[in-house]
Design a protein around this ligand. Structure first.
Ligand code: SF4
Length: 707
């Protein structure tokens, strides 16, 4: 990256939750040379294919460069920022005056920087008086949040990436880490070569990750928690529990073990329910029992489920029962999908949380309200993503501001979402691309946002590490930071003092100070050690893991208990019998599984710009079991129609040995803006987990028909 002779700027990759450090060096021709940052503790210089190709995605051809608005049914026309901000402020004010604060909402993104997220939450929850602020992170890791909070009393990831270097057994559940968290997977492979770490993969579908495993368990869709209930029983029967840890630091063990015994009294029963071979399950149980240093990583196969929170807790139960948590090489580990899903969680990006990991208890509402000096504090949880868009469709939410996300593609029942967006009294969209399916939903106002390379602020990765995203390109056209636009609206609504920030550093300092405000060690999230950073120190901030209270911090939580429940003990959560939200039927005999491919990101608005990335898997497809395909007369490469009760799309069939019979896998990335195949989200039913509100995205009944 230093070959241009210019200084490299240290920043962070905008794609997945690994949060790799990137060195960007201007090439003198409007672009930048990209390399991995050898000093960043997430990646030590490595980048995957997506990160390496970032330099190919910096062009301005597809950018939104000016605010635009439409009158009635007319076209979007260029307007000035002042007029645009006036319109948002007056639309929100008028809607609240007529219909109350819960008639307005913001829908955010794990792509936003922490400072953007903080500003949006402050505006809504403190000054508009609504907690209707949710984010596409609801589709990504809300079940992990809910599982953490049920078990630990807080949304705390107990471990860190070093645990993957120091584990002797890594269990990957519902995770295609080789494609979706590639740099972390390289770390696991390095540990394998160095210390013989064993890898177990539990996934209905044999992915690139399953191909690399020492042991692959093709669990039946939705039955992951049975595997871990059976493991708990097995550990108890073999005297492999940490009785001292259970007694000193947990509650509810006996009831949980009894419930697990009901579901999975022995290995044979567990194997039958999970749909795996009893010998293979026995081998996994033996490995877990005999290996002290175990990390169980889980991702969207666990989270994107109508029982996702139960799955998370079934995993955590086994780590609590063995005391394998918060010590080197041990612990449950949620692999976050998005670059800043964690940062969003920290500032209350979810509708059921306040800033700094606080909830809506009266004490927390009071505390945040006094810190913000907020006149209109929201006092109860807002609508979670799927419920929010249902409320829009029902006409209850009338004004919406979408930032940095594409809900017309990514949300379940996406055709209904598109109609709901078109029916809003007022829709504002902040984005940096000029065209996507959401921008096709006739917004009244669009605002040009800064993109990666232009933005300045912070993100938090899966191991709680806060890193700087630094600007190395000039803002194009009239693009502005999202936090700035939010602050301008706050000022126009009469709250100049609360939104007087002049830089991302000022927003960050306020966020850090709030985390420390009347904290007293009662909350996990604490950045008090960063609240006093001056601008130069913020600019130079090296990647740092929270908590950041002062010297001598541990990078792990809970080895000695100290949970954030009222009695400081972790809670075992009794398992319930897993059941898919929707069964297959004669009309819809296949289960649709969705996910990512190696070289694309979300709806391809950035990764789709790279020819190198596009060459990997260039067209949308459905992976189908070869026997199913033969029975239906579907041949490899032919077009197939995949249809659910909610929508349909036509894609190329790929016959795949790793695809279980009775199931089909379709990647999430393509949309109407990028292909003529249709939008996968339109097929997904949208049944949600009762604890987390996260929608099921791995098991929608569909039919397959050759086209
Ligand atoms: Fe970026 Fe994730 Fe790849 Fe790292 S592993 S370079 S964060 S996409």
């Amino acid at each position: 990256a230093a070959s241009s002779g210019r200084p490299a700027v240290r920043t962070t990759c905008p794609y997945c939750g690994v949060g790799c450090g990137v060195l960007a060096t201007l090439d003198g021709q409007g672009g930048a040379l990209i390399a991995g940052d050898p000093e960043h503790p997430a990646n030590f210089g490595r980048l995957c294919s997506k990160g390496s190709a970032l330099g190919e995605t910096l062009g301005l051809e597809t950018r939104l460069l000016h605010p635009m608005a439409r009158e009635g049914d007319g076209p979007l026309l260029r307007i000035g920022w002042g007029t645009a901000l006036d319109r948002i402020a007056s639309a929100f004010r008028d809607t609240i005056d007529r219909h109350g604060p819960d008639s307005v909402a913001l829908y955010l993104s794990g792509q936003l920087l922490t400072e953007d997220y903080y500003a949006a939450n402050k505006l809504a929850k403190g000054f508009l008086g609504t907690a209707n602020v949710d984010t596409n992170s609801r589709l990504c890791m809300a079940s992990s949040v809910a599982g953490h909070r049920r078990a630990f009393g807080s949304d705390t990831v107990p471990g860190c990436y070093e645990d993957l270097d120091e584990a002797d057994l890594v269990v990957l559940v519902g995770s295609n880490a080789a494609w979706c968290h590639p740099v972390l997977f390289r770390r696991i492979e390095a540990a394998r070569a160095r210390r013989g770490t064993r890898v177990v993969v539990i996934d209905p579908r044999r992915t690139a990750t399953g191909d690399e495993a020492d042991l692959f368990l093709p669990v039946r869709a939705g039955m992951d928690s049975i595997v871990f209930s059976g493991l708990l029983v097995r550990l108890a029967e073999h005297g492999a529990l940490d009785d001292a840890y259970i007694a000193a630091h947990t509650s509810g063990f006996e009831a949980t073990l009894a419930a697990a015994r009901e579901l999975a009294p022995d290995v044979a029963t567990a194997a039958r329910a999970a749909g795996v071979e009893a010998e293979a399950l026995e081998e996994f149980y033996r490995l877990f029992e005999r290996t002290e240093r175990v990390v169980t990583c889980y991702s969207q196969g666990v989270n994107q489920s109508a029982q996702g929170t139960d799955k998370v807790n079934a995993i955590i139960n086994c780590h609590l029962a063995t005391g394998r948590i918060g010590r080197p090489g041990m612990g449950p580990f949620s692999l976050t999908g998005q670059p800043n899903a964690m940062g969003g969680r920290e500032v209350g990006g979810l509708a059921n949380q306040l800033a700094a990991h606080m909830d809506f208890s009266p004490g927390s509402v009071d505390r945040v309200g006094r810190f913000w000096q907020a006149p209109h504090m929201a006092t109860r949880e807002g609508l979670k993503a799927v419920a929010l868009f249902d409320a829009i469709a029902a006409g209850k939410v009338k004004a919406l501001w979408v930032m940095g996300t594409n809900p017309a593609v990514s949300l379940p029942r996406a055709d209904g979402v598109r109609e709901a967006l078109r029916g809003l009294d007022f829709l504002a969209v902040s984005d940096n691309v000029a065209a996507n399916d959401t921008l096709g939903c006739r917004p009244h106002l669009v605002l040009p946002a800064l993109a990666w390379g232009e933005k300045d602020g912070t993100v938090t990765n899966s191991e709680r590490r806060i890193s700087r995203q630094r600007a190395f390109l000039s803002p194009p056209g009239e693009a502005k930071a999202d936090w700035w636009a939010i602050a301008q609206v706050g000022k126009r609504l009469g709250h100049a003092a609360a939104f007087k920030w002049r830089s991302a550093a000022e927003v960050f300092r306020e966020h850090a100070a709030l985390s420390a405000f009347e904290n007293g060690g009662t909350r996990d999230f604490d950045l008090s050690g960063l609240a006093g950073l001056d601008d130069a120190a913020f600019d130079a901030l090296a990647p740092v893991q929270w908590p950041v209270r002062g010297a001598g911090e541990s990078k792990r939580f809970f080895a000695e208990g100290g949970f954030y429940t009222s009695d400081r003990k972790a809670c075992f959560v009794p398992p319930r019998r897993p059941e898919l939200a929707r069964a297959t039927s004669e009309a819809y005999p296949f289960l649709l599984n969705t996910g990512r491919i190696r070289d694309q990101w979300h709806t391809m608005t950035r990764s789709g710009l790279s020819p190198r990335l596009g060459a990997h898997l260039p067209v949308p497809f459905a992976e189908i079991n070869a026997e199913d395909a033969a029975r239906l007369g579907i041949t490899d490469g032919a077009m197939v129609r995949v249809a659910s009760a909610h929508g349909a799309l036509a894609v190329e069939a790929r016959l795949a040995a790793g695809q279980p019979r009775g199931t089909v896998f379709v990647p999430i990335h393509w949309s109407e803006a990028t292909s003529s195949c249709g939008r996968l989200g339109a097929l997904v039913a949208g049944d949600t987990d009762p604890a987390s509100g996260q929608p099921e995205a791995k098991a929608t009944p569909v039919t397959l028909v050759p086209v």
